[in-house]
Every structure is written in structure tokens, then in C-alpha cells.
Design a protein around this ligand. Sequence first.
Ligand code: FES
Ligand SMILES: [Fe+2]
Length: 431
Amino acid sequence: MTMLQNTPAQLTGFPMVDEDPEQHRFRVHRDAMTSPEVFRAEIERIFHRCWLYVGHESEVAKPGDYVRRPLGNRPVFMVRGVKTGQVHVFHNTCTHRGAVVCRQKSGNAKVFQCFYHAWTFDSEGKLSGMPGREAYGDKLDFGALGLKSVARVASYRGFVFACFDPDVEPLVDYLAGAREYLDLIVDSADGEMEIVSGTNEYCIDANWKLLAENSYDGYHALPTHDTYFKYLVALGTDLSGGVAGTVRDLGNGHAVLEYAAPWGRPIAKWEPLFGEGARDEIATLRAALVQRHGEARASRMTDTNRNMVIFPNLVVNDIMAVTVRTFMPSAPDKMDVTAWQLAPAGELPQLRQRRLDSFLTFLGPAGFATPDDVEALESCQQGFNSGGVQWNDISRGMAREPQGDDEAQMRAFWRRWQQRMGEAGYQEAGR
Ligand code: FES
Ligand SMILES: [Fe+2]
């Protein structure tokens, strides 16, 4: 049987994002989701040149703590130096003959010994020993054989980012308007947040950009997550306000959807799911936030949700819990997703429990949302293979001031994507 495939894209002169504000037209060519050439170019032009989220400082709280991570499809690891206390992100490759140096997912170590020939590096990356050193004589520059740091490493309010491009703009500039939203989360926890140990890891058979779109897609919430909303209503949650809200282009491809929370928020918004016993506790938390931040900011912290995508692949969703999620493409139609739960450090155990329950109920791999979303994304990818239709339509809301269930946030993402991929873009063969 011959499969009908879309024509593979090639590097020529045609943009994959087609925008015409006059005609309220915004389309993305489906080759952007299926072409191996686009995928390879994305790794080079986006993942190797943008700031990428590595992890949270709380994951390496103590000197010698480390976590191993894939970053733009390259193995790296983040470690807090024992001598300096500084957070490093190293290329995870031995300077001898290449083996991966940090092989455990996480842990605490004073030194990292390569298993191949046992060269040893300290937590600051310095080469500290090797078997049979005398065989090298006295000319070899041992100082130059330390682990190589990723070109740029910086952190913002506990979120650690790295970039392989030494000439990238400073992280604070790159984050642009997204900073305000990270601030809102961190300030609501009095500045002290931590990643709760344990991660969700799963693969999706779909292009990575579909998850960026999905993460702040207000339009899909009611039809796709119908079961969850029915469940909330059955518990007594008032959903009459819907999930309408506003979207903001935060610059540099980042965008956010902000809307009144139809569900409870462990930071300080009670809902029936939390139980009657939690009402007073939550009221006390809310009063404390009002005292510290004033009514308007405290209300934003407690009563509204934010789904944010920081270009290209960091999602920070401050909804019924705070989830931090990254996704890396491993092929045009495959991605690896990792999600963490971010919570105020030192939170009371009963509040933490409530937060974890909320997180898993909706966002966990077997929760109400994630399986539905995975199914939707995989379904889109399968639909692309059917051929016959060349373009995705992303124009919703262009004819009005965009609302929370429009697609302006996705347009911000795609404009930046097109810019990063080069104005030259790509063109279908034989077009
Ligand atoms: S490759 Fe690491 S010690 Fe040889
Ligand atoms: Fe969803």
C-alpha cells in the first residue's frame, strides 16, 4: 500500500507562516510539523540558539547536588559547586575521549568520575585526577581539560536557563514580559519556591509545537476537557463564569493566557474538592497575601490562572497547581515531555497534599487533562499524514480584540518561530 504523504519541505524561499492582517488570515504550513528538514533546522536555529530552561535552583539546593538533563537534544548536567556554591551547567562529555560523565539522573557528589578510564572532575568542573598521570609528562595542560560549561548560564528567580550560543542576549532581556509572570508566582510564595521531588515523564507522538499551542489554548478547554468540567460541577464548583480571559504577547515569542480560575487554587482559593475543613485555612492564607501585596495583586495571585509559554519550550502554568513543563522533539512527530510541580517551600503538609492532589487530578499523566490533550495532539499529527490539506488555520480572534479563547498567543509564538527559522524559510519541493 502506498501512503499518501505531504511533499517534504526543502530549504528555499517560502515562509511557513502566512499572515495577512487585512484579510484576518494567519496560517501555518503543515510541513512545519512533519518535515525532517524543518526538524533539523529547528534544532540548529532554535534549540541551539535560544535560552532553554534547565531546571530550578531548588533541585540543586546543597553543594554537590546535581541533575542530569537533555538540553536541546544534548546531554548536560547542572551541579552546585562544592567550593563556590555556584550553579554550573556542563556539557556532559568527558574531555578525554567523550564518554558521558554524569550518568545518574540526580544525586550529590563531590567528584564525577568518568567510568571509561576514570578521569575525575570536581563539582566546579576542574580535572582533579586520572590514573597514571605520569604517562602524560609535564607538557599537557591539565587546566584546559576541565569540563566545558554550556556557553551561557543564568538564572531568574530560581529558574535556571542555559544557551549554547555565546552571543545570545542577556536572559533578563530574553524573558521580556514573561518576567512579570514569573515574579507573580514567586512573590505569591514569599520568594521561596521549590520543585517537589518526582517528575512526570512521557512521550507524545506529535510535533513539539503542538504542545506549545495546546498549553495556552483556551479554545479547546471546554470540548476537550468536558469530563473534568462535569466532574467539577458534580462536586459543586461554580463554572458559570466560564474560562474566558485575556491573552498577552509578552515579546520574543512568549505569551500568556490569563483568566478567572473556575477551580480552586492551593495558593488561596477554596473549592469543594479541598473539603470544608480547609475553608478557614485558605481564608487565612488569602488575608496574608492581601496584607503583603494589596488587594489587587493578591486577587491576581489567588483568583486568576495563567498559562504561559516561554519560547521555545518552557511552559509555566499557574492554574490549580503550578506546573513547570518542558518538551524536546526527538523527531518531527515525537517529543519527550517532562513536568514538575513547583510549590512554596515550607508549605504546610496538608496544603502540599491538596496541591499535589490538584496537580495529579488534572495535569498528571493519568489525570483528567493530560491524556485528553495527548490524544488531541496525536490525532492532529495523524491528520497531517492524511494529506490534502496544506495549512493549519490560526486566525481566531483576528477580527476582534483577542479574547482568552482566541489564538493570538499562538500567533505570537509562530511569528517568533518564523523569525528564528529565517525569513528565507522553507518551501515545498516543486511548489
Ligand atoms: S573517556 Fe572519560 S576517562 Fe576516557
Ligand atoms: Fe488541555
